[in-house]
Design a protein around this ligand. Structure first.
Ligand SMILES: Cc1ncc(COP(=O)(O)O)c(C=O)c1O
Length: 394
């Protein structure tokens, strides 16, 4: 082993620990759900993105097994060679119908959907206008693109308009925004973004990782919520959060899909979803399409959880969605809150730099459709006790 490399890694790890930024990996010993087992103990789980509780739904498990029996365990090759299975096409058809778009292309994850799409649809002559709080995978997608980048102030339409005015000489202008911002739970003003895009002849891409299954009719997403689906050029969704499995997709025009199948590098050079994944995702989408009750329960539970935290005196910021940050600020205090909650049987993980800015540490909580009132009441009692102990509550 190379000593210089090992020393470098150990020094960096020590620095992270000193700054309370080191996050040990937690091991979950049971299926995802509102209660999970960690170190042999049942705990209330308030940290998953399993918004609708579908990750361990028996209908998805049965669909995954059926897909394995028909197609096997793996796709066997990248999709452009011989790994494009009929079940991949079926998933894309179901997604296109659900999103009400011409066509859809599925990637291995939401992350690779961004990293694969952004550099494939933009070139040096183009400009990307990106909300400053966009997700890391958008930032990495922009880094891979040869286009110029302008980060505009978070959700600030004047700043976006200034950026549009100052880039009139470029060819394509692509505005990219999260639909729902993953750390604060606030929502992009997509209707106003579309107005500006039309006024300045720009294209719009929305990353709806946290909007899919949550926003709009039956969870069709933020564009559906604002009624602007036909005004958004590129909709990104994930299959890893509300859909409960893994994967990502790009929904839009037929030309967009066609171009991505020819040039998007994660699609060309990395094997696609295993059949079980595609089968389970199809089942999840069928459930979402035919039954709005899961999304309705998610929002009901969100109201209960958020008003409980607010009534206790916690600051949950500007959230408009189930994403519920308990804002703490100091990194060490956020880690202490996580520790106190864990001792009380509550899993609610601290989020610190670099996921959020320094001094903006928080414990991010995520109510789901599968939680019960009893889960929330028990968790609220633990939050109250920990908040008082740490001086976060009066
Ligand atoms: C806004 C946003 N985009 C993309 C992703 C990546 O999604 P996936 O987990 O499917 O790779 C995430 C996940 O955290 C996200 O929050």
């Amino acid at each position: 082993m190379n000593k210089t490399l090992q020393n470098h890694l150990n020094e960096q790890l020590a620095a992270l620990r000193d700054q309370h930024l080191y996050k040990p990996l937690l091991t979950v010993e049971s299926a995802p759900g509102p209660r999970v087992f960690v170190e042999g103990r049942e705990m209330i789980n308030l940290s998953s993105n399993n918004y609708l509780g579908l990750a361990s739904d028996p209908r998805l498990k049965a669909a995954a097994i059926r897909a394995v029996e028909k197609y096997g365990a793996g796709a066997g090759a990248v999709r452009p060679i011989i790994g494009n299975l009929a079940i991949h096409n079926e998933l894309e058809e179901v997604l296109s119908r659900f999103k009400g778009v011409q066509d859809t292309l599925v990637f291995q994850s939401g992350f690779t959907s961004n990293a694969g799409t952004i550099p494939t649809v933009t070139e040096a002559a183009d400009v990307i206008l990106s909300d400053e709080l966009n997700h890391a995978s958008i930032i990495d997608g922009c880094r891979l693109s040869k286009a110029k980048r302008v980060a505009y102030k978070h959700r600030d339409m004047e700043a976006l308009e200034d950026a549009l005015q100052s880039t009139q000489d470029s060819r394509i202008r692509l505005i990219i925004t999260d639909g729902v911002f993953s750390m604060d739970g606030d929502v992009a003003p997509l209707d106003k973004i579309c107005d500006l895009a039309e006024q300045y002849d720009a294209a719009v891409m929305v990353d709806d990782a946290h909007g899919s299954g949550v926003m709009g009719k039956n969870g069709r997403g933020t564009a559906s919520h604002f009624g602007v689906k036909d005004r958004v050029d590129i909709q990104l969704g994930t299959l890893s959060k509300a859909v409960g499995v893994v994967g990502g997709y790009i929904a839009g025009s037929r030309a967009l899909k066609d171009w991505l199948t020819q040039r998007a590098r994660p699609f060309l050079f990395s094997t696609g979803a295993p059949p079980a994944v595609a089968g389970a995702c199809i089942e999840a989408l069928r459930i979402m399409e035919n039954d709005a009750s899961l999304t309705e329960r998610l929002w009901e539970n969100t109201r209960y959880w958020q008003s409980g935290l607010r009534n206790l005196g916690f600051d949950i910021g500007v959230t408009e969605t189930p994403i519920t940050p308990v804002l703490v600020g100091d990194e060490e205090k956020a880690q202490s809150l996580q520790r106190e909650l864990r001792a009380a049987g509550i899993l609610a993980l601290a989020v610190v730099f670099p996921t959020v800015a320094r001094g903006k540490a928080r414990v991010r909580t995520m109510p789901t459709a599968a939680h019960t009132r009893a889960d929330f009441d028990e968790a609220l009692a633990a939050f109250e006790a920990a908040g008082k102990k740490l001086g976060l509550l009066g």
